[in-house]
Design a protein around this ligand. Sequence first.
Ligand code: 13P
Ligand code: SF4
Length: 344
Amino acid sequence: MTRQDAFRPRWTPEIAERHAALGARLEQLVPCLEVPLHLAWIDAIQQLKRERGAVIMAHSYQSPEIFHGVADITGDSLALAQAAATCEADTIVLCGVHFMAETAKILAPDRTVLIPDLEAGCSLAASITADDVRALRARHPGLPVVSYVNTTAAVKAESDACCTSANASEVVEAVAAEFGVDTVIFLPDRFLGAHVASQTQIRLVLWDGSCEVHETFTAQQVRHTREQFHARVVAHPECPPEVLAEADFVGSTTAMGSWLEREKPERVALITECSMADNLKSRFPGIEFVKPCNLCPYMQRITLPNIHASLLERKYVVEVPAGIAAGARRALERMLAVGRRDRV
Ligand code: 13P
Ligand code: SF4
């Protein structure tokens, strides 16, 4: 029996009282029957987090009980990378997928970075290897490589710069100017790449990767959603181009929140991972969210019980070999130097 099996937090009226406001918020986002058990785990995790001097970072696709209940820092891939780069806590528990935890470790090499489940991968990160990048460079000599952060550390180490969906066009333009070229190798997401190509004058050589969650959306679904629910439509740039063409706005998970802040639509459909709508709902109580129930199976591997086990047993420690970390850090720092832009 593992220590995790042995530990089962018990709900008590004191816990309910301590977290009354959070409990009321969660009842709007998850079935109310689940809330007492979530609160028991949240209470235990918050206590361990304090004891361990840890900070919990959660991506926007984490489920509401994690996003609202235990995270100290939330945001898109770029926000989490920036937070890791300046983090002062000894330990970071990264509630997201593995490439995000690796990025945190590369940018915060002196911290202990934990991920609660090593199987939290990503179809984009799995679509390309460091050998593939070397072969691409050999086929296109002299062209710089921009890789989406949804890649392994080994792929980042072979790249000139990284980008996220929040700053991809800006990074591509900055890299093209720095290297004095009009063509850049962009990998691995062919849909994000096609979107960036439509936003800049730079020609892109693309890889054939895609996100298994976003690639399933169709233009017909978007038109149907708009007609049936009279909703504005916001889409993540990992969706196919014909889906993006139907959207009122295309942006990263954080840019979606900024757009809602500006536009304040009555009703909106978020064409992305469905936890996103849950997590924005409490920030925008006046907006009605139409949410497609497309969950990322990798993001969903992170749960309150395995976050607790991660803190208790200091697992799973994320390490990046020094040789790879140095190259990957260079590519990430070039991205961070370019700064952030919300228009992608
Ligand atoms: P963001 O960069 O918008 O956080 O997206 C990351 C991701 O994995 C989307 O599927
Ligand atoms: Fe990767 Fe897609 Fe999941 Fe994002 S939603 S982590 S791109 S598989």
